[in-house]
Ligand binder design. Sequence first.
Ligand SMILES: [Zn+2]
Length: 298
Amino acid sequence: MRYANAKLTLRTLERHRDVLLGVKIRLSRNIAGGNDMAALRLAREAADAAGLPVMVHIGDTHSPLPEILAMLRKGDVITHAFHGRNQGILDGRGRALPEVVHALAQGVLLDVGHGRGSFSWKVMEAAMRQNLLPGTISSDVHQFNVAGPVFDLATTLSKFLHLGLTLDQVIERATILLARAFRFPHQPGTLQPGAVADVAVFDLVEGDFEFPESYVSAAEPEKRIGHRKLVPVATVKDGKLYGSAGDSGGTRGMKDVSKRKKGPGAGSTGAFRGAMNGELGLAAEDANKPMTTYDVPI
Ligand SMILES: [Zn+2]
């Protein structure tokens, strides 16, 4: 707690308003110990003073989730929302906590933040059956999950196609809805004339793809076989075309268990074009640089 300082946080937010989008607070017990509520109060103070949202990182918290939710308000974000550990959004019988339903009704958003420990097929499916949809879909990709179970944002998005969201519902949660949720400057996330020309181009490939969930304690992660996968083929940044990820890049590390023939005309359903701006708070121009922050593997 001696490093948590609301005044210095506010000063940093004010100095870097062009790139800072809010205050994220990691509340899991292995990070915050028993100080989660005290830390959240400081985050709230700094974010309120700056007029920015709070993003809470939940899962295995010391305090019960309803206490944490009581501190949130419209525009705030719960990330790692669909984890399968303690203090989740569902009760022991898989029903949505009333406090979660209330928070969403107040305008709090659920974010995926897949990561190494925060994407459970069972939780995701139970939540969706009760109409608890993520407002934004993010991968939380970092050095401890880039070789699986996350791989990349395109794979995380493809898991939501498998869960039954439409292509539009999936893409808008990584583009326009994400840009709105975090009030990105310069209006990314749209292909409207006059918008910043940051575009990710994908193929929507058909086949049989193994989609693992995150690791949860000692349990073997469940894998599902999905039949559609977004594969990145090109990136445009500020109107300039950068290379092509091609087939190998797009399915990096992914096991394609399809027996069907691949390649143009065999499995492709045609190119899909959507404006995407990568990860939460990670500008496209930074995508190839080493990340300076990452989640402790859990
Ligand atoms: Zn986190």
